[in-house]
Every structure is written in C-alpha cells, then in structure tokens.
Design a protein around this ligand. Structure first.
Ligand SMILES: CCCCCCCC/C=C\CCCCCCCC(=O)OC[C@H](COP(=O)(O)O[C@@H]1[C@H](O)[C@H](OP(=O)(O)O)[C@@H](O)[C@H](O)[C@H]1O)OC(=O)CCCCCCC/C=C\CCCCCCCC
Ligand SMILES: Nc1ccn([C@@H]2O[C@H](COP(=O)(O)O)[C@@H](O)[C@H]2O)c(=O)n1
Ligand SMILES: [Mg+2]
Ligand SMILES: [Mg+2]
Length: 209
C-alpha cells in the first residue's frame, strides 16, 4: 500500500544520499547504521516507557532503508550482498521494534494481553517476510498482502507516536490488534498465491513429454 509513496520519499531523502555519497559512505554502512539506530530507538526507549522518543529515533533511522538502495543504484554499487544485507538487517530492525514494545508491556505498563500481541506481531511480521523470500527463491511472485513491511512500520509508528502525544494509549492497542490480524492475513495471502502458482506449474506438461 505504501509502495506508491516510495518515489516521493526517495526524492525527499535524495539530498542526504548525495551528501553521503560525496563523503564516501558506502550503502552497506548506511544499512548497518540505520539498523543500529532503529534497534537503539526501540530497545533503549520503549522499555523505559519513552514511547514518543523511541518513535522519533526509529523514524529518523528507518528511512535509511530507502537511502541505502538509492545510494547503491545511483553509484552503480548495487550488489547481491547488499540486497542480502538489506533484507537481513530489516528483520533485525523489525524484530527490535516489537521486542521493545513487548518489554514495555512487561515492565512499564504491565499487560499480558498486549505483551502477547506484540509477540504475535513480531512472529507474523517475520513469517510474512520469510514467506516472500522463500517463495521468490523458488521462482514465484509473492509480492502481495495487506500488510507489507512499510505498511506495518507506518501503522505501528504513527499510532504509537500519536498515542504518546495525545495520551491515548488505545491508539497503540488498536494498532497492535490490527497488525496482529493483518500480518496473519498477509501470511495466508502469500501461502495462497504460492500454492496457486505451484499447482499451475505442476499442471504444465514437462518439456520431455
Ligand atoms: C506529529 C508527530 C507524530 C509522531 C508520529 C510519528 C510519525 C512516524 C511517521 C512515519 C513513520 C514512517 C516510517 C516508515 C517508513 C518506512 C520506509 C521504509 O523504509 O520502508 C521499507 C521499504 C523498503 O523496502 P525493501 O525493498 O528494502 O524491503 C523489502 C520489503 O519491505 C519486504 O517486506 P515484507 O512485506 O516481505 O515484509 C521484505 O520481504 C524484504 O526482505 C525487504 O528487503 O520501503 C518501501 O516499501 C517503500 C515505501 C516507502 C514509503 C514510506 C511511506 C511513509 C509514509 C507515510 C509517512 C506518514 C507520515 C505521517 C506522519 C503523520 C503523523 C501524524
Ligand atoms: N546496502 C545495500 C542496500 C540495498 N542495495 C540494493 O537496493 C535494493 C533495495 O532497495 P531499497 O530502495 O528498498 O533499499 C536491494 O535489493 C539491492 O539491490 C544494495 O545493493 N546494497
Ligand atoms: Mg534498503
Ligand atoms: Mg530493506
């Protein structure tokens, strides 16, 4: 859903990308530092109950995920390792956000329900990405689903941020319910499209027949 905003945000961050390129910073370093920033925002501030600070730090660093690819393409440094590094570190950053929220519900605002929902979001977000990665390795087109990565990030960050500003924790609770459900639906959608493509492929006559 958020993919349509990619071009706009890429334009917004492009001056920073060109500055980093001039300074000789590599796309892989941007991927790494961006992930460190996301992890720090989530794991330092969320467990202490500083939700808005956490959201703002994460937001500042999460755009490095658009920056790194743009830098790689602009400088002709696109690499298979870079693609692997980008996707692998995405999983670390995504995981840190929901671990941070789970720790918040364990320590700061104790709630077993929302602790469990944070863990469900952690698990199903990870499975969503794994399903796409495994499906694409097998040659299928799996880029579908109502809760792709950018959708998940925007929903949880905006609702947690607004909840903290207006002292309306219910916004974060709604986001966790919505994400737990939408991520699970996305996994089902991805399994479904892979199954459909796999069955269609199996029904084709083999070239030796
Ligand atoms: C008034 C103060 C309010 C405080 C509130 C806080 C505001 C927080 C606001 C916004 C946060 C926005 C953050 C999110 C932006 C994330 C952008 C991003 O980096 O997206 C990642 C993605 C990168 O794609 P990749 O190819 O690297 O990733 C692959 C993919 O994602 C796969 O995912 P899967 O679905 O399978 O899980 C993986 O499989 C694969 O491995 C992985 O590599 O980028 C995009 O998808 C492109 C779209 C970017 C669009 C950004 C949209 C931001 C939109 C709105 C911001 C709204 C701001 C409004 C704030 C208003 C608040 C009142
Ligand atoms: N360190 C990196 C990061 C990314 N890439 C390439 O960009 C693609 C991802 O683009 P985003 O705009 O979504 O970041 C990725 O698949 C790689 O092809 C890279 O080479 N090195
Ligand atoms: Mg990236
Ligand atoms: Mg990425």
């Amino acid at each position: 859903m958020m993919e349509r905003f990619r071009a706009f945000f890429t334009k917004v961050i492009s001056p920073v990308a060109h500055l980093l390129i001039r300074l000789g910073v590599s796309p892989d370093a941007v991927t790494f530092v961006g992930t460190l920033g996301v992890c720090a925002g989530a794991l330092v501030f969320f467990p202490q109950g500083k939700l808005l600070t956490g959201v703002l730090v994460i937001t500042a660093f999460v755009f490095s995920d658009l920056l790194d690819g743009y830098m790689a393409r602009t400088t002709g440094r696109v690499s298979k390792f870079g693609a692997f590094w980008d996707s692998t570190l995405d999983r670390v950053g995504d995981g840190a956000i929901f671990i941070g929220l789970a720790l918040y519900f364990a320590w700061e605002d104790p709630s077993r329900l929302y602790l469990v929902l944070s863990l469900v979001c952690l698990l199903m977000g990870g499975v969503t990405s794994y399903a796409r990665s495994r499906g694409e390795t097998l040659g299928f087109d799996v880029k579908v689903g109502i809760a792709e990565r950018a959708d998940r990030l925007v929903l949880i960050l905006v609702m947690t941020g607004l909840g903290a500003i207006f002292d309306l924790p219910v916004l974060m609770y709604v986001a966790l319910w919505a994400l737990a459900i939408a991520s699970t639906v996305t996994v089902v959608q991805r399994v479904w499209v892979v199954r459909k493509q796999a069955l269609a492929e199996a029904a084709l006559p083999s070239p030796h027949e």
